[in-house]
Design a protein around this ligand. Sequence first.
Ligand SMILES: [Zn+2]
Length: 305
Amino acid sequence: MAVEIPYRREIAFEYGRLERVAPGIRRIVARNPGPFTFKGTGTYVVGEGEVAVIDPGPELEEHIAALVASLAEERVSHILVTHTHRDHSPAAKALKAATGAPTYGFGPHAGGQRGEPGIEEGGDWDFTPDVVVRDGEWIEGGGWRFEAVHTPGHTSNHLCFGLPDSGILFSGDHVMGWSTSVIAPPDGDMAAYMASLDKLLGRHDTVYWPTHGPAITEPQRHVGAFIAHRRERESGIIDCLKAGIETIDVMVERLYAGLNPALRRAAGRSVLAHLIDLTGRDIVAADRPATVDAHYRLRHLPRQG
Ligand SMILES: [Zn+2]
């Protein structure tokens, strides 16, 4: 009885064109498609005339040039960054140079080390926001105001940006319609991610615009399915441990049948994220610090409910 996630993958767009996707919201998609970026990074422009740009995108010349040219007649007043992965924040530098707009974000990249082989696009260690934004803070501009929602998990510095007046939430990589989010330690944290999903369930947003893929029009149902999916994965891991499987490699083979080989390392990191969480809850013990190479065993079963 596998959990069904109501994926949404239909998206109409043209690379390099700033297109209106909703009243007061435009999007331009960067040509960086891939197994972790879907069709590419969707950079959003909010407002008219005086605008905020959310997730300027990767260091991709044609994308930056198209974005800057499309906004030549307008004033960019804010550059908002959901998190510091290389498909989200690097273009902030060029956009800031072209427009003079300050950058807003939770903080620089954290967890792990510069140069470490990353999962997905890897960390952008060069980004430091001009304005540090904390959970619940407001960012106001021409005709809009954003509420910053700190949603650690995918990265520790992940922010969603809400427009409560219109029920919109820019959900970054925290909640996407086309895929689950990669939770890869050390910066990715499963316990934090689950808490950040719960946090969204307590809100009243009516539509999410993630950085990759189309809008999510039934966000509560979607978030609920992701929570159920991770709980299901967790019980799958516990079943592996009960069956005497001690290593992440073998767990991945058993839990992700038919997996695209390009996603194998990410799957291993995701299982690791669960095992770190289970270790923290005293349900699992590791024979050394919890890493991809450790051996794991069950300490005791989690309490029901
Ligand atoms: Zn990301």
